[in-house]
Design a protein around this ligand. Structure first.
Ligand code: KIV
Length: 310
């Protein structure tokens, strides 16, 4: 078999679509090789290289500043850390709304340069044409409705969307439009559970919820939220922290500081020794000037002892 054949273990877009109404889908964000390896090893179905990288890895206070080049850099690293999960690249702010050709080119970069399997973009009817064009170009698209963080200023803040019947109706209509445009799945963020249920029941493609209640076909969480890696700040109500790795990490780092300062690290087990018999020769070797000796060929310097993998 050619070494270029796709891994038979990897989730596929048709496979994700088939999970509609069946075994719940799981998606977790990852922003690099290290995160992705952990998420993949846990058997999560989809990895989203989210534009939330802007907040959780790059320290911005919104997703708006992250660029296409930065997204590609993170997506390529994350994809290298996976064997099984379907990897979705999140199209950043203004990468798909300036023009349709621009959107196709940017979506294509996630596949060509980062080996992603699909892209995600935010918005409803206003991106319907763009979604259709990207799908026609052969690039699977995941939609994203409800709270759309890239346009948070237009929404008046990070708040639940679709609380009124009219707003709920427009979310349902937008979801149907995205399905019609060819989206293979849809993220529903921060919408009331009744709205999520209505959308889920009406669509043939799976819905993946975040703050959208239990009726979606799947659930997504941000890696740092799920693992308790973010320290301080506000934890949204829809987040369940399955661990407190941030606290654990700080305790480990504090222990390192204390041991280095107290002389407990490195111990004998972390330390290298000279080849047997060489230590006694050291004072003599140090008493001759190697400068001239090396130049005259009287002394040869041996390569350093191999320290082994870091
Ligand atoms: O970027 C992201 O993390 C997302 C999820 C919240 C769905 O879009």
């Amino acid at each position: 078999m050619s070494s270029h054949a796709p891994s038979s273990k990897r989730q596929t877009v048709p496979g994700v679509r088939k999970r509609k109404g069946g075994k719940r889908l799981t998606m977790v964000t990852a922003y690099g090789y290290d995160h992705a390896r952990l998420v993949d090893a846990a058997g999560v179905d989809l990895i989203l290289v989210g534009d939330s990288v802007a907040n959780v890895c790059l320290g911005h206070d919104s997703t708006v500043p992250v660029t296409m080049d930065q997204m590609i850099h993170h997506a390529a690293a994350a994809r290298r850390g996976t064997e099984r999960a379907l990897v979705v690249g999140d199209m950043p702010f203004l990468s798909y709304t300036v023009s349709v050709p621009d959107a196709i080119r940017n979506a294509g970069r996630f596949l060509k340069e980062a080996s992603c399997d699909a892209v995600k973009l935010e918005g409803g009817k206003e991106v319907e044409e763009t979604v259709a064009a990207i799908v026609r170009a052969g690039i699977p698209v995941m939609g994203h409705l409800g709270l759309t963080p890239q346009t948070v200023s237009m929404l008046g803040g990070y708040r639940v969307q679709g609380r009124s019947a009219l707003q709920a109706r427009s979310i349902v209509d937008a979801a149907l439009a995205l399905e019609e445009a060819g989206a293979f799945a849809l993220v529903l963020e921060c919408v009331p559970l009744d709205v999520a249920r209505e959308v889920t029941d009406r669509l043939e493609i799976p819905t993946i919820g975040i703050g959208a209640g239990p009726h979606c076909d799947g659930q997504v969480l941000v890696f740092h939220d799920l693992l308790g890696l973010g320290r301080g700040g506000h934890t949204p109500r829809f987040v369940k922290r399955y661990a407190e790795l941030g606290d654990l990490a700080v305790r480990a780092l504090e222990a390192f500081v204390a041991e280095v300062q107290g002389g407990g690290f490195p111990g004998p087990e972390h330390t290298f020794h000279m080849t047997e018999g060489e230590e006694e020769k050291l004072p003599g070797a140090l008493s001759v000037s190697t400068r001239g000796a090396v130049a005259d060929g009287l002394v040869t310097l041996s390569p350093d002892e191999d320290p082994g993998p870091a």
